[in-house]
Design a protein around this ligand. Structure first.
Ligand SMILES: Cc1ncc(COP(=O)(O)O)c(C=O)c1O
Length: 407
């Protein structure tokens, strides 16, 4: 079961609200990172709206968030643009051919003519600051955003915004570096009165304790002053970080070639693919019921503290000194056919047994949005944990959900 902590979400959005108010910018939730819409009522007051990756996320924002919508997609088709013109507030394009293809359609729309709809271009400042190439939109040959060279001499009539997204889990020093590149390559546009907004994308790790928020506030203020533009931020992860866990049940335990193995009710590939794609190593906790006479908790889960349970953090086996069968190191695998459906090797304070509960931390963002029913594995239910500790199961999945998805 995915358990989302309302208290943790609200803790994040309260920080974001403080930052955006101090900076004087607008901040929207990137739905690609977190789109569990039944939690939207708890986020709506602190945020300005949603960032949509295309029509369907835009519709979700319109129907369930009901505030500002900024939309950017690497490509739209005609039906997308026709539908989006009815309700999105920003429509940002990824290439000049896309903009030229839809320019007259958009500009003749009454919402564009009344000023309710603005259009922008995603630019590529060609300034890589991240460490992981698949998360770097500035790599040579990137398909995301227009370079200064591609933009030179183009007819930009009708546009009023620029958008860049180049960061991923980064601090504001990298934003500062990026803004310098944006200024060098696109500053002349931003200084012209035609351009009225700059969207600085996502990837800002604002709610992490070590994030330098003062620097972000300063950078936003300077940008607004320098170009006389509205500034938008569209983080996803910062809103849902440390706000949700995935609870799993141990279904089987056995040994193979000197390794202890546990098969869980959840799958790495189907339910937490970033564990394999990133690769991202989640913290894992073994849950004990209170009063079982077990040892005191090593650590409690910061995001979700379910009453009457204690949690033991499973350590990283790299720090274990004994061999796999002398210690309680288990390879945690999913119930699919994929040999590599493994969340990792984790060391536990005791032997695992069938029926034990394990908790994978930090599974709200970029996890729930990516789940599948590969192999027909049961999709975890979704629950909200309210501020008084009560759990509300908001969605359960059955065979019909699996069947109906593909026909
Ligand atoms: C265009 C755009 N905006 C915003 C985001 C959200 O980024 P994050 O969740 O890292 O804050 C992404 C993530 O890929 C993105 O591609």
């Amino acid at each position: 079961m995915f358990v989302i902590s309302i208290a943790a979400l609200k803790r994040n959005t309260a920080i974001l609200r403080e930052v955006k108010e101090a900076a004087g910018c607008r901040l929207v939730l990137a739905l690609k990172g977190f789109s569990c819409w039944k939690a939207f009522p708890y986020l709506r007051d602190d945020l300005d709206g949603c960032c949509a990756s295309g029509l369907w996320e835009g519709l979700l924002a319109r129907d369930y968030f009901q505030k500002h919508i900024v939309t950017y997609s690497p490509a739209y088709d005609e039906a997308d643009v026709t539908a989006l013109c009815e309700f999105t507030h920003h429509l940002d394009f990824n290439s000049l051919p896309q903009w030229f293809r839809f320019r007259s359609q958009v500009m003749s729309h009454p919402r564009f003519q009344s000023g309710a709809l603005h259009c922008g271009l995603r630019v590529n400042p060609e300034c890589s600051t991240g460490q992981v190439p698949i998360y770097d939109p500035c790599v040579a040959g990137s398909r995301l955003g227009i370079t200064a060279e591609q933009l030179a001499g183009a007819d930009l009539a009708g546009l009023s915004g620029l958008h860049f997204h180049t960061l991923c889990e980064q601090n504001s020093d990298d934003l500062e570096t990026t803004l310098a590149a944006v200024d060098e390559k696109f500053g002349h546009l931003l200084r012209s009165p035609q351009f009225t907004y700059l969207n600085m994308g996502g990837g800002h790790w604002i709610t992490q304790p070590f994030y330098n928020r003062e620097r972000l506030i300063r950078l936003v203020r300077e940008t607004k002053q320098k170009y006389l533009v509205d500034v938008w931020l569209e983080p996803g992860e910062a809103i849902a970080i440390h706000a949700g866990v995935l609870r799993a049940t141990v279904m089987d335990v056995f040994e193979s070639a000197g390794h202890r193995l546990a098969i869980l009710s959840v799958s790495a590939t189907a339910h937490m693919p970033d564990v394999m794609e990133m690769p991202y190593r989640p913290a894992v906790f073994l849950v004990e019921a209170q009063g079982t006479g077990g040892p005191k908790p090593d650590v409690s889960i910061p995001a979700v503290s379910v009453k009457d349970e204690i949690y033991h953090l499973a350590g990283d086996p790299k720090s274990a000194t004994r061999g796999p069968l002398d210690s309680f190191i288990y390879r945690l695998g999913g119930p699919t056919c994929l040999a590599g459906d493994v969340a990792g090797d984790f060391s536990f304070p005791r032997e695992l047994k069938v029926g034990d509960t394990l908790v994978f931390d930090d599974m709200a963002h970029y996890t729930m949005v990516k789940t599948t029913t590969f192999n027909g594995v049961k999709h975890p239910a979704i629950a909200l944990q309210h501020e008084d500790g009560t759990l509300e199961v908001i969605r359960e999945f059955g065979y019909e959900d699996f069947r109906d998805r593909l026909a």
